[in-house]
Design a binder for this molecule. Structure first.
Ligand code: OOG
Ligand code: NI
Length: 465
């Protein structure tokens, strides 16, 4: 087949993201309620803060905002992880970053599958936080063996999905009909299954070891456990949730409220209790399982290693001063400690740029373009910015935060579910399971910034910047 008949992976991803959102709305109606709240607040922010809308117009994020979301899944074996990686590759999603959650008491390690180029991210920023269960961290050998056997028996992909993945790899693309079929088939992997793969007693054993282990091992597939829309004002969402019948978690994860948002702030609502049927219950469905929840996020500037180091230090400082895990009882104190601690992080784009704390995107302005033939015009980046020939905006953070992810995991597992695994980061083992290395997110931001500078130099007819 000629390559021009192939649908671009970016558009398959956009299709898949829309289909996933529709499915989740049907499976978890509160997610639909959350979407309307987010869209209401986003409209309000853009109407009341024209400078926010203007910044989003510069970067093009205004066009992706309504369809922006991430999801999360947890797989059980290396084979599942490797195949899910091939499935995501059909949609132009690459593994980016390594996250060790074991140090936070969650027996998984993870990556984020997402598009890596700003043009692709513009078409669809859909990302999926993907965790691999670490059976080796289960201390009960019999349970570990049982889990291994149960997981080895399941097949989480449909035969047709596997065929279409192979076809994509062989031919280098899919035509429109095959792309549609792929979206339909791939969706099956992420569905909720009411029928468990274990008896009620086995479920209880797995659950007693760790709720997350039951969530991965006891079911037919890695059901999507949340979908997260992007808001422009997460504090307004947190305040607005109860009135819509959505109970929020106690604290917003990530940095405190700021004029210039950085990284990622996230909050969620508690997981639903759902009816399930264990294998010894003959489909009666008298058991229950809590796994699926809703989450909301606000995204801000991607930070450089220096900015990230400062962020981690200030966050650690606030948490150390709190002397415990943020929860219902100490939520207010935590938010106030966090705000105090982050006074040391400049809340101004120009200062953040001056101190090399964040990545940016640069744009040639009308004035810059008009001055192209002018022999007197400035030539350095800073002078061009000062003269209004170049405008800059923060480069948006496209990834996740391990401390926040652990907080999201914990809030939906229940605050009582703290476990101890120590620190067990093992990126090599993860990459070996995945079958390839994960990409370095900092290198991706730096390249994206570099490309925007090159585009500016070209537009302004300059040798380089
Ligand atoms: C993933 C939790 C991490 C986030 O937004 O940080 C996450 C999970 O619960 O499987 O989605
Ligand atoms: Ni999430």
């Amino acid at each position: 087949m000629p390559a021009q008949d192939f649908v671009s992976p970016d558009s398959i991803r956009a299709q898949f993201s829309a289909a996933m959102s529709l499915m989740y709305k049907q499976e978890v109606p509160l997610y639909g309620t959350l979407l309307s709240l987010v869209s209401e607040i986003n409209q309000q922010v853009m109407a009341e803060q024209p400078e926010v809308a203007q910044a989003l117009r510069w970067t093009g994020e205004i066009e992706r905002l309504d369809q922006e979301r991430h999801g999360a899944i947890r797989v059980g074996t290396a084979e599942e992880l490797a195949t899910i990686g091939r499935l995501f590759a059909v949609m132009g999603m690459q593994p980016v970053g390594y996250y060790d959650l074991s140090s936070a008491g969650v027996p998984v390690h993870s990556t984020a599958f997402r598009a890596v180029h700003e043009q692709s991210l513009h078409i669809s920023p859909f990302r999926v936080f993907t965790s691999l269960l670490r059976l080796e961290l289960i201390d009960n050998p019999a349970l570990r063996e049982l889990s291994r056997e149960i997981l080895a028996r399941r097949q989480i992909f449909t035969p047709r999905a596997l065929q279409l993945i192979e076809q994509f790899e062989r031919a280098g693309g899919l035509n429109a009909d095959d792309a549609q079929a792929f979206v339909d088939e791939a969706l099956h992997t992420f569905r909720w299954h009411r029928d468990a793969t274990v008896t009620a007693e086995q479920y209880q054993q797995l659950h007693d070891q760790h709720r997350l282990i039951a969530d991965v091992v006891a079911f037919k597939g890695p059901h999507i456990n949340h979908l997260t829309p992007r808001t422009l004002d997460i504090d307004a969402i947190q305040l607005g949730m109860p009135a819509k019948g959505i109970p929020p978690k106690a604290v917003i994860e990530g940095p405190p409220p700021r004029r210039c948002p950085i990284l990622l702030r996230q909050t969620s609502f508690k997981a639903l209790q759902e009816k399930v049927a264990f294998t010894d219950q003959h489909g009666e469905g008298s058991g229950s399982h809590t796994a699926r929840f809703g989450e909301i996020e606000q995204r801000g500037a991607a930070l450089t290693p220096k900015g990230r180091e400062l962020y981690d230090r200030l966050l650690d400082g606030a948490r150390a001063a709190l002397g415990g895990v943020p929860a219902e009882a100490n939520a207010e104190r935590y938010m106030s400690l966090l705000s105090d601690s982050f006074k040391a992080f400049p809340d101004d784009l120009a200062q953040m740029r001056e101190h090399g704390l964040a990545y940016f995107r640069y744009f040639a302005t009308e004035r810059g373009l008009a001055a192209r033939g002018d022999a007197q015009r400035p030539t350095s980046l800073q002078a061009l910015i000062d003269a209004g020939h170049i405008h800059f905006e923060a480069l948006v953070y496209e990834d996740f935060l391990p401390v926040s992810a652990a907080g999201i995991f914990q809030s939906n597992l229940g605050d009582d579910a703290q476990s101890e695994y120590g620190s067990n980061a093992n990126r090599d083992a993860f990459e070996q399971a995945l079958g390839k290395p994960v990409q370095d997110e900092l290198a991706l931001y730096a390249e994206s910034e570099r490309r925007s500078l090159m585009a500016c130099a070209q537009a302004l007819d300059m040798p380089g910047l």
